[in-house]
Design a protein around this ligand. Structure first.
Ligand SMILES: [Zn+2]
Length: 534
C-alpha cells in the first residue's frame, strides 16, 4: 500500500511541538498516513529507532542558483538534511538574464566555465525547465534578484532610472513573479543593486506585493550603519505592504558587536506596529563574499571589464586606497573595520596556494603592499576570487539564533567533495550550517531546544515563503523528510578543511524519494523548481 514506511522514529513535526512516536506512510510523493499503530504493506521500511524524524530542512538563504547545472546532486546541502533551497538571494538570481548579464556572470565565475555550463535561458520559466530537465536532488524556490532587474535595464550604471526605465523594471519583475518567483531580493552592498535608492525598491516591492511575494534583503550595511539599514528594510516593507526577510542578520566589526540586541528590538517594534519582518542567520562568526566587494560601489560602475581597466590606473588605486581606509558617504569599508589580517582568501583559481591564508600574511610573504596585492589579484582573476571575513561575535550569533524572529539560512551554494564544486576553501557553512545548529547550539550549548531549532529550519521558512504543503510532518504534505541521530549529528567542515560532509544524517527523502540513505547519496533526482503558491 505505501511506497515507504518510516517506523519507530521520534517525530518532531516542525510546528515547535516536542517529539511524538508514530509510523509515517508515504505514497506517491506525499505523507499519506501518520499513525500510532504499526503501518504495514510497504515496499520499503525505514527503521528510525533512536532517530529524530523531521520535515526536510528549508535553506532560507542559499546561493545554489547555478549549482544544479554543475552537479545536480546538491551534495553538501542534501547531506545536511536540506530538501528545499531558496535561491536568488542578495540581489543575484539565475533568471531573468540577458546577454550582458550572462557575460558578466561567465567572466566572474570560473566554475561555470570549467563545468561548461551553457547559460541557454533568459526567463525564470526557461530556467525552471533547464534545471528540471537536467535533474536536481532537492527542491529549488527561486527569488528574483533586484540586481538582475536593474542590470537588464540599466546595466551597471550608477544613477536613478528614468520613469520609462522604472516601468520596464516593473514589467520584468512582474513577469518573473508570474513565472513563479517567490519574491525579490536586494544586495544593497553589491553592484548594481547598491545603486538603487529606497524609493526605487519601494516601487518595485509594490509589484512584489501584488503577487503575494516577499522581499529578502541583504541590507545596505551590517557594520556602523546596521541599525539604519534595518530601518530602511522595514520602511520598504511598510510602504510597499510586503513581508520583509532580513538576510544573514549580523553585526560586523568589533566596535559594532552587541548591536544585534538593538536591531532585534527594532524588528520587534516594527512587528508590534504590524510590519511583517523576520530574519535569517547562519551559525558562524565569519562571513564571505567576493574579493572585489571590498571596493567601494563606484569602482564597479559599468561592470567588471571597466573595473579591471580602472584598476590598472595608479591615481584610481590611490583614491580607492584612501576610500577603503576611511569609507565614503553611504558606504563603509570592510577593510577599515577588520584589517587585512581578518580577511582570508577562500577561492583563487590562479593561485590556489593563497587559499586559507589572510591577506596581510600573503602580501608580506610576496613583499607587496596589501592594497596593491588585492588590486592586482582582482585584475588577474577578473574579480572571481572570494574571501572569508572574520567579523562577528559568538554572543551576537547566539542572540540572533535565539530570537523568535529568526530562521536558518546557509548563505552558501551547494558544494561537493569531488569535481568542479570541490575547488577552493569555501566557507564551511556550505557543508555544516544545519548540523552545526543541531549539534553545537542544540545538543552541546542548549541555546535552542530541538523542536525550536527544527521549527526555524522547516515550518517557519515554509510559512514565510507561503509554502502550504511543505515544512511540516502532516498528512497530505509532500514527503520531504530528514532522519537524523540527535546524539551524533555534527558538522565536520572547518575553515581550514571545509570540504567535509556532516555526520549523523541517516536518511533524507525529497518528494517521497530517498536521496540520502545511511549517510550516502543515492543519486536520485526527485527535486523540482517550485512555484510561489497562489
Ligand atoms: Zn548577502
Amino acid at each position: 500500500m505505501f511506497d515507504i514506511v518510516i517506523r519507530n522514529g521520534r517525530i518532531v513535526d516542525g510546528s515547535g511541538n516536542p517529539w511524538f512516536i508514530a509510523d509515517i506512510g508515504i505514497k506517491n510523493g506525499k505523507i499519506e498516513k501518520i499513525s500510532r499503530l504499526k503501518l504495514r504493506d510497504a515496499d520499503r521500511v525505514i527503521d528510525a529507532e533512536k532517530c529524530i524524524v523531521s520535515p526536510g530542512f528549508i535553506d532560507m538563504h542559499s546561493h545554489s542558483d547555478f549549482s544544479p547545472l554543475i552537479n545536480p546532486y546538491m551534495e553538501s546541502k542534501v547531506r545536511q538534511g536540506v530538501t528545499t533551497e531558496v535561491v536568488g538571494n542578495c540581489g543575484f538570481s539565475a533568471a531573468p538574464l540577458n546577454d550582458f548579464l550572462k557575460e558578466e556572470i561567465l567572466k566572474t565565475t570560473p566554475m561555470l566555465r570549467e563545468a561548461r555550463v551553457n547559460l541557454d535561458w533568459f526567463s525564470m520559466e526557461e530556467y525552471r525547465e533547464r534545471v528540471e530537465k537536467n535533474g536536481v536532488s532537492l527542491n529549488i524556490a527561486p527569488l528574483v534578484g533586484h540586481g538582475n532587474i536593474r542590470g537588464l535595464v540599466l546595466q551597471y550604471e550608477k544613477r536613478k532610472p528614468t520613469e520609462e526605465e522604472m516601468e520596464k523594471m516593473k514589467q520584468i519583475l512582474a513577469q518573473a513573479m508570474k513565472e513563479g518567483a517567490f519574491g525579490m531580493s536586494t544586495g544593497l552592498i553589491y553592484p548594481p543593486s547598491c545603486y538603487a535608492d529606497t524609493q526605487e525598491i519601494v516601487e518595485l516591492c509594490k509589484v512584489v506585493a501584488e503577487f503575494g511575494g516577499l522581499y529578502a534583503s541583504h541590507i545596505r550595511g551590517e557594520q556602523d550603519q546596521l541599525l539604519d539599514a534595518v530601518k530602511e528594510a522595514i520602511e520598504i516593507g511598510e510602504k510597499a505592504g510586503v513581508p520583509v526577510e532580513i538576510s544573514h542578520h549580523k553585526a560586523a566589526g568589533r566596535k559594532n558587536w552587541g548591536k544585534v540586541r538593538e536591531s532585534l528590538r527594532i524588528i520587534e517594534n516594527a512587528r508590534f506596529k504590524g510590519v511583517e519582518v523576520t530574519c535569517d542567520v547562519y551559525p558562524y562568526t565569519a562571513g564571505s563574499f567576493g574579493l572585489a566587494s571590498l571596493l567601494p560601489p563606484y569602482a564597479h560602475e559599468g561592470g567588471v571589464e571597466r573595473l579591471v581597466e580602472r584598476l590598472k590606473n595608479f591615481e584610481f588605486r590611490q583614491k580607492l586606497r584612501e576610500d577603503m581606509e576611511k569609507g565614503v558617504e553611504g558606504w563603509h569599508s570592510m577593510f577599515e573595520i577588520l584589517g587585512w589580517e581578518n580577511i582570508v582568501i577562500a577561492y583563487c583559481k590562479g593561485h590556489p596556494e593563497y587559499e586559507g591564508r589572510n591577506i596581510s600574511e600573503i602580501a608580506e610573504s610576496e613583499n607587496l603592499d596589501p592594497f596593491d596585492f588585492v588590486f592586482d589579484l582582482i585584475v588577474e582573476e577578473y574579480a572571481s576570487a572570494s574571501v572569508i571575513l572574520f567579523s562577528m561575535s559568538e554572543d551576537d550569533v547566539r542572540k540572533v539564533l535565539e530570537s523568535p524572529f529568526s530562521m536558518v539560512g546557509s548563505d552558501s551554494s551547494a558544494r561537493a567533495t569531488y569535481g568542479v564544486l570541490s575547488s577552493g576553501k569555501p566557507h564551511p557553512r556550505a557543508y555544516g550550517t544545519f548540523p552545526r545548529v543541531l549539534g553545537k547550539y542544540v545538543r552541546e550549548e542548549k541555546v535552542l531546544t530541538l523542536q525550536n531549532a527544527i521549527r526555524k529550519m522547516t515550518s517557519f521558512p515554509a510559512q514565510k515563503l507561503g509554502l502550504k504543503d511543505r515544512g511540516l510532518i502532516k498528512e497530505g504534505m509532500w514527503a520531504d523528510i530528514t532522519i537524523f541521530d540527535p546524539n551524533k549529528i555534527v558538522d565536520k567542515a572547518t575553515f581550514a578543511n571545509p570540504h567535509q560532509y556532516p555526520e549523523g544524517i541517516e536518511y533524507v527523502i525529497v518528494n517521497g524519494k530517498i536521496v540520502v540513505e545511511k549517510g550516502e547519496h543515492t543519486k536520485e533526482l526527485p527535486g523540482k523548481v517550485l512555484r510561489r503558491p497562489a
